[in-house]
Design a protein around this ligand. Structure first.
Ligand SMILES: [Ca+2]
Ligand SMILES: [Ca+2]
Ligand SMILES: [Ca+2]
Ligand SMILES: [Ca+2]
Length: 375
């Protein structure tokens, strides 16, 4: 699905001016205008629902899970007694949230669920959910919730073979064309002493086959603050992007280009702010559902900004401030998720969905919608 969306996005970028409309009721006093981007503010489209416990909301991912219209949100929710539920929020419309799967009591331990992501692992263009599970004794399992959300154990390392404490990031994309055009999982692993490895778990549509895809003895995983994935090189094959802290408020974005034939990664630096220009401590969320990287930045005083690192040339990200709430208008602390995808909205197909905690077991979802216009 990502691939289809990326093609769409690329053609839009080439042929049209992109107009971003943010569906918040607050004026964007400092929104810049660049030759390719016009930012303006639309009306609020959020809705809220009561009885939603943020503490029980363990993971949120996006994908087209219902094979209808645009992207949806899927929430992994703790119903207690080791009963795990999957809630689908179609096109991020919170009022339509539906629990579509429950494991039943004592069947799923969420404290042992270390990563949850989404991708299409069997090539039917319907998104699936992947959960990485810790069986203890360094035994790791990958569960996929396929169509109908039937859980299937697609990989198990066996005891003593995989340490999930050392597994720092897991991302999904079609990194390798081995076994066909299915999305795969990439795991970034900390070998200690600035030694880092990336493993590809390559889907064959039914099980996952591990392949060692990258190694560096000069990469500090503790300085790696976020990892996201998409196609950042325009070859329709998945890449990883790692947000790296160079200290002194200097932030870099490394892209690990996936080689779909070799199943390996080649890193290159696509962006660096320089010292004094970017606080990763103030960067609450990083997301990428398109060949760009969006970050939610906390300016303090409930002033929130959304920055877009956009490919302006091959191998080059350029930052654009897409939105700024103004002081007192947006609590980053109350913002629980921030997910870019093809969320259908009144303005166009692209956007960001953000789960906002209003307290008293009430959540709302805000859509930051992008609109494209033909000039
Ligand atoms: Ca959908
Ligand atoms: Ca699928
Ligand atoms: Ca693949
Ligand atoms: Ca690529």
């Amino acid at each position: 699905m990502k691939r289809k969306l990326n093609q769409l996005k690329m053609s839009l970028v080439l042929s049209t001016t992109i107009l971003f409309i943010f569906s918040l009721a607050v004026p964007a006093s400092a929104a810049p205008i660049s030759p390719n981007f016009i930012v303006r503010v639309g009306s609020a489209t959020n809705s809220t629902v009561g009885g939603w416990n943020m503490q029980s909301t363990k993971f949120t991912v996006s994908g087209n899970f219902d094979n209808s219209l645009g992207a949806d949100l899927a929430v992994i929710y703790n119903y207690g007694n080791n009963n795990m539920g999957i809630i689908i929020i179609p096109e991020a419309k919170v009022s339509q949230a539906t629990t579509i799967y429950l494991t039943g009591n004592y069947n799923w331990d969420l404290t042992k669920t270390k990563f949850v992501i989404a991708g299409d692992y069997n090539g039917d263009l319907v998104s699936n959910i992947a959960a990485v599970y810790d069986y203890g004794n360094n035994d790791m399992g990958i569960w996929i919730f396929y169509n109908g959300f039937l859980p299937t154990l697609v990989y198990k390392s066996g005891s003593g073979n995989w340490n999930l404490q050392n597994t720092k990031f897991v991302e999904s994309s079609n990194f390798s064309n081995d076994y066909g055009d299915y999305e795969d999982l990439a795991m970034m692993y900390d070998y200690g002493d600035n030694k880092m490895g990336i493993w590809n778990f390559i889907s064959n549509g039914a099980t996952f086959v591990p392949k060692f895809a990258f190694y560096s003895n000069n990469w500090n995983i503790n300085k790696t603050k976020f990892v996201v994935s998409d196609d950042y090189t325009g070859d329709f094959s998945g890449d990883l992007a790692a947000i790296y802290d160079y200290d002194n408020n200097d932030m870099g974005i490394w892209v690990f280009q996936g080689d779909p034939v070799q199943g390996t990664f080649t890193p290159s630096l696509f962006y660096k702010t320089g010292p004094g220009n970017w606080s990763l401590a103030n960067t609450k969320f990083v997301s990428s559902g398109l060949p760009e990287i969006v970050m939610m930045y906390d300016y303090g005083n409930n002033n929130m900004g959304i920055w877009d690192f956009y490919l302006t040339a091959p191998g080059v990200f350029s930052p654009f401030l897409l939105y700024i709430s103004g002081s007192g208008n947006w609590s980053v602390t109350n913002t629980k998720t921030f997910t870019e995808s093809a969320f259908f909205n009144p303005y166009g197909p692209y956007g960001i969905a953000s789960l906002y905690d209003y307290g008293n077991n009430t959540i709302g979802i805000w859509i930051f919608g992008y609109q494209s216009v033909i000039p």
